[in-house]
Each structure stands twice: as C-alpha cells, then as structure tokens.
Design a binder for this molecule. Structure first.
Ligand SMILES: Cc1cc2nc3c(=O)[nH]c(=O)nc-3n(C[C@H](O)[C@H](O)[C@H](O)COP(=O)(O)OP(=O)(O)OC[C@H]3O[C@@H](n4cnc5c(N)ncnc54)[C@H](O)[C@@H]3O)c2cc1C
Length: 450
C-alpha cells in the first residue's frame, strides 16, 4: 500500500483512456456488437470493477461467482474486445517467453511462480469455454518459437536451457517441418512449447461478457472521470451519474495511476499488428499445411505471426513509446510498413495482397518490471501493469484480486502478493528517450527476425 492515496475525502479528476485511432482486426471479425447498457443516475452496488480487459472482466466474473448475492457493476471506457485485451495476438501463454531477459534462465523460482499463476489463468479461461460455452476459436496447440537467423537459433537454445531447468517439455522443430507448417522459407528452426492456447481475443471477451453471472451489470462506453475517496463509500463519477460501491477493484492497466495510485510509474508502450483479408484457396496453398498456428519470434523484438481459423495472417511487431498513452492514426499506419516488410520476407508470393486492418494497443510497463496486485486502500483493490503479456497472467490477476476482495485466500494470491510493485519511472523526458533508444536499437539488432 506504499503508494496509496490518503483516505480523507479526497477528490481526484481521472483522465480516461483515449479512443483508439483504428479498430482492431480481431474486433472487426468478432461477430455482433454487445448490447449497450448506458449508465444513468446515482447507483449503489456491492462491487464496482473498472476496466473490462483480461483483469477486470475476470475480476467481475469471479466476484460475482463467489458472492452470488452481491451486485457487481463492470464499467469500461470503451467497447469490451476493442481494448488492449482484444487487440492482442491471442496467445494465452503459460510461461513468459523472453529468453533474452538477462535473468530469465537463472530465475527458476520466479519462473515457477509465473507458471503457477498463468496455469490458474488458463484454467479459468478454459472453464469459461468448457463450462459456460464461451466461443473464441479455442485451440490448445501450443506455440512455435521460431528463428530466422543464427542469432535467433542461439536465443532458442538459451530458452531451451531455461525450460530444461524448469522440467518443461518441448520439442525442436527443424527447418523442413517449420517451413512445411508455415509455407515460409524464412524460418530455419523452431522450438515447440505445448502449454499455450490460441484464441480469438475479441471474440472471447465479448462472448464472456455475454455470459457473465446474472448479478453483473455491464456499462461500456462509460469512462470513470472522477472519484471522491471517502467514508462510508467512495463515489465514482461518470458523464451520466455516480456509482457508490462498497468495494472497488481497479483493473484499468496504466490508467490505474490516474486514480491516484502509483503515480508516475506507468510506462506507456504500444505495439502494433496488421491483418490480411481471408486468403483464397490458391493463396492458402502457399501459406503452409497447418490450418492455424501461432509463431513467437525467437528474438522478442522480431515479428509474431498467427494464421487464424478464418484463413487470415496476422503479423505483430514494433514497440513504441506512447506519449500521454496515445497513438495517432498516422503513427499506426507508419508501423504497418514494418508489418508489410515482415510479410514480404516471409511470404513474398503472397504479400502483395497487403492488409485489411492495422492497429496498436497499450502495454503498460514499469521501470522495475513490477505489477499492481492487492489492496490499495480501504475498500479499494487493484490489479494492473501487464509488462508485456496479459492474457493468462491478467486472467489470473483478475480472478485472484476478486477473491482477495471477497475475503478469500489461495496459493496464487500468496504468489501475487509477493510480486514487486511498480517503481516510479524516471522523469518523462528521460523515460521516453530511453524507451525510444532501446526499442529502436533492439529492433535494428533483431534484423531478419522482424
Ligand atoms: C498488439 C498486441 C499484441 C499482444 N499480444 C499478446 C499476446 O498474444 N498474449 C498476451 O498475453 N498478451 C499480449 N498483449 C498484451 C495484452 O494485450 C495486455 O497485457 C492486456 O490487454 C492487459 O490486460 P488488462 O486487463 O490489464 O488491461 P487492458 O486490456 O488495457 O484493459 C484495461 C481496461 O480499462 C479501461 N479503463 C481504463 N481507464 C478507465 C476509466 N477511467 N474508466 C473506465 N474504464 C477504464 C480501458 O478502457 C480498458 O478496457 C498484446 C498487446 C498488444 C497491444
């Protein structure tokens, strides 16, 4: 609670998120819109959850499950599924995948803790699919860590050592096989790790929202614009009224800092993706013999690829500092150039078809890699800061923070309580220059892995 605000009836104006410059390809192909339920007037509830990403949606689901008589309100500033959560590449990853992180191989206990939390997240996602019937193109085929260069192969070897030390199963995939799977001569070697689940993220989020317990009320397009922390209740303001919850769970990613917690700790970084139209039969013959797959680049500054069940190719690359948490349309389109280069390198016979949609999304990083989890003040709980990967981890954080708010304990809650909280970032100018310098250099070093 080190960075928590004082509790003596203090009003804060909350800066809500910017509207994204472009819709994501996943959202455009995710089926019918959710019905909009506007928030009006002054409303009391037992639990307010702010943010409908991986963390907030699962916090709302869990709180409502464990307290079925409680009234739960979930608000999001935009459309659920068109947020960073729904803009992601849809890898629900059991184990973080940064083999170049300097202590990744050595940090066995940290990796085991991460694995335990992520497995809980994946189990909760799975229960949504198997028990509630959430449709999301669920595909538990694992992921291919794919190298296009000798330095990429060296990164994979390093990664395999970390997996060995953790007793993790994996399989080397040699040149011929990875080229047959993808139809791309670009790749020279890969490592298959089985724990990851591939999903259509926007579909999952929208369909999960539809199937939330009956005691959850959802208000999209409802930014919280102010809060008065006080007693007996905190009062949250929207454009059309107030919400006075007994408890609040803030799952607003980097925007959690705008609610008065961990000020100046969020480092807003965007990453970007582009999606093709569905490939024709003739084009599919050049895109490999596997109908759907997910490739993680051996170098984390390389290009991530998905081939989807509706026969599209998705490519993600580029990390960019987002001044004031915002990316313009021109900036998104500028990065599309890099996804096109990656497309040209991998599938030169297909890449002239270009892309149907391009978009960016926010990753919230902390200087020290810290994350927000737990009680932030009286009747205020929070989970935020994905530091790069947020599907499994965010689901686990959301579920666990709701259980904590409901007075429960669990092994995962104990793990997450031990996480280092975010530290204050360096002054903005230094941070922005530093991020731009490091991401630019790492991008260039990644070379043909991009
Ligand atoms: C292109 C891309 C690819 C990625 N690929 C992957 C991947 O394959 N696997 C993976 O694990 N991760 C991936 N990520 C990261 C992942 O998307 C994030 O880690 C994840 O979305 C974080 O979840 P979250 O719930 O914390 O936050 P978010 O998804 O950012 O949700 C926070 C929500 O809070 C709402 N909010 C904020 N302020 C307010 C307010 N004042 N009032 C109301 N609502 C508010 C926002 O509207 C938003 O919906 C990717 C990200 C991007 C951009």
């Amino acid at each position: 609670m080190g960075s928590a605000i004082s509790q003596s009836s203090r009003h804060i104006s909350v800066q809500p998120p910017h509207i994204e410059a472009t819709p994501s390809g996943w959202y455009l192909t995710s089926g019918p819109e959710l019905p909009l339920v506007p928030h009006r007037g002054d409303v009391d509830c037992d639990c307010l959850v702010i943010g409908g990403g991986w963390m907030g949606l699962h916090a709302a689901r869990r709180f409502a499950e464990v307290q079925p008589d409680a009234s739960v309100t979930l608000v999001d500033a935009g459309r659920i599924g068109n947020n960073a959560a729904g803009r992601c590449m849809g890898f629900a990853i059991d184990l973080a995948h940064n083999p170049r992180k300097h202590d990744f191989v050595e940090d066995v206990q940290g990796n085991l803790d991460e694995l335990a939390a992520n497995l809980e997240g994946n189990a909760y996602l799975r229960s949504a699919v198997e028990e509630l019937g959430v449709e999301c193109d669920w595909d538990p085929q694992g992921k291919y860590h794919s190298a296009a260069t000798d330095h990429g192969v060296a990164d994979l070897v390093n990664f395999s050592k970390a997996l060995d030390r953790m007793g993790q199963k994996y399989r080397w995939v040699e040149r011929e096989e990875i080229q047959a799977i993808t139809g791309s001569k670009h790749y020279i070697r890969a490592l298959h790790h089985p724990g990851t689940i591939l999903i259509q993220p926007a579909k999952y989020l929208k369909n999960m929202t539809r199937l939330l317990p009956k005691n959850v009320t959802v208000h999209e397009n409802t930014p919280v614009t102010g809060v008065t922390y006080g007693s007996p209740r905190h009062v949250f303001e929207t454009a059309t009224g107030t919400i006075r919850p007994k408890k609040v769970i803030i799952c607003a990613a980097g925007y959690l800092t705008k609610f008065g917690f961990y000020p100046n700790s969020a480092i807003p970084v965007y990453t970007f993706a582009s999606m093709t139209r569905p490939l024709t039969e003739a084009e599919l013959a050049k895109a490999g013999d596997r109908p759907a797959y997910g490739l993680i680049p051996a170098d984390s500054f390389g290009t991530t690829v998905r081939r989807t069940v509706d026969n599209r190719l998705f490519l993600r690359n580029v990390y960019s500092y987002a001044d004031n948490f915002k990316m313009t349309h021109d900036e998104v389109m500028e990065t599309r150039r890099h996804q096109q280069v990656a497309f040209d390198r991998r599938w030169p016979e297909l890449s002239s078809i270009g892309f149907e949609a391009s978009w960016g999304g926010l990753l919230t990083l902390a200087q020290n890699g810290g994350m927000v989890f737990g009680k932030l003040a009286d009747n205020v709980y929070g989970a935020a800061f994905c530091n790069g990967t947020g599907v499994s981890r965010g689901t686990a954080f959301g579920k666990a923070v709701a259980e904590l708010a409901a007075g429960m304990t669990s092994p995962v809650i104990e793990i997450l309580k031990r996480k280092t909280p975010p530290s204050r970032a360096y002054p903005k100018l230094i941070t922005s220059l530093g991020v731009r310098f490091v991401t630019g250099r790492r991008f260039r070093q990644a070379g043909q892995e991009v």
